[in-house]
Design a protein around this ligand. Sequence first.
Ligand code: SAM
Length: 256
Amino acid sequence: MRNLLAKLPPAVIALLLQTAAFAGVLLFSRTAAMQFPPLLFALLCGALAAMFSLVAGLARWWLLIQFLFAPAMVLMLALNIPPGFFLAAFLILLVVYWSTFRSQVPLYLSSVKVWQALETLLPEPQPERNFTFMDLGSGVGGVLVHLGQARPDGRYYGVEAAPLPFLLSRLRIMLSGSTNCEVKWGSLWDCNLAPYDVVFAYLSPVPMDELWQKARNEMRSGTLFISNTFAVPGNPPQDMIMLDDLHHSTLYVWRL
Ligand SMILES: C[S@@+](CC[C@H](N)C(=O)[O-])C[C@H]1O[C@@H](n2cnc3c(N)ncnc32)[C@H](O)[C@@H]1O
């Protein structure tokens, strides 16, 4: 059972366990001919869902979410908030986070100190040759626009899956007048890494193994792969740059 669940994204497992807990409490209340007030019913669902999540091996922080989910829903319903509010909140979260429930890579942004450190890693200027840089999961385009202005002798590309960050990055590039930056809407997994001299990623621990394999298969020898914050287990980088920004970011640098 655990093996079967491990193939699903944690958010989907959490939802399945909530449904199972709801069914369990409903079945119990029917067979015992007991009628629980809504909040108590929800608390029982929450307790059971948290127990199921513990057994299923979800990360500890999911247990609190699982416990609070149904009671929070009952309390929110009691506030009589118009349903349009929830629909609007859902749609906003959808366009910002898109497939995060599956990719487990949410939107958060590299600091200015990371942008400046990246400048020092770019290839030396060469007469009559522009180098190429790719930001995998380019968010709202901050890395690209900064580097595009700091080093105009490069071509900067980004790929972003979430619609709102993608549109904002397009707008940002347009407003900054950066003609050497370009962002595409799509998945980084569909992007061939062979044309790039530097590939940068700031994702999460989840895709790093697979991304490293992709970089090794597709990137040319002598090019740079840089990951902000997330290492590749079992593959030490050639260089590490530690920064004193808010998140104490570390840049992991591999030369292919
Ligand atoms: C942590 S943010 C980094 C943003 C930007 N690169 C930076 O350093 O400021 C990760 C971004 O990757 C995007 N993302 C996640 N999975 C993706 C995928 N498979 N393809 C393209 N973008 C993806 C997310 O939507 C999010 O905007």
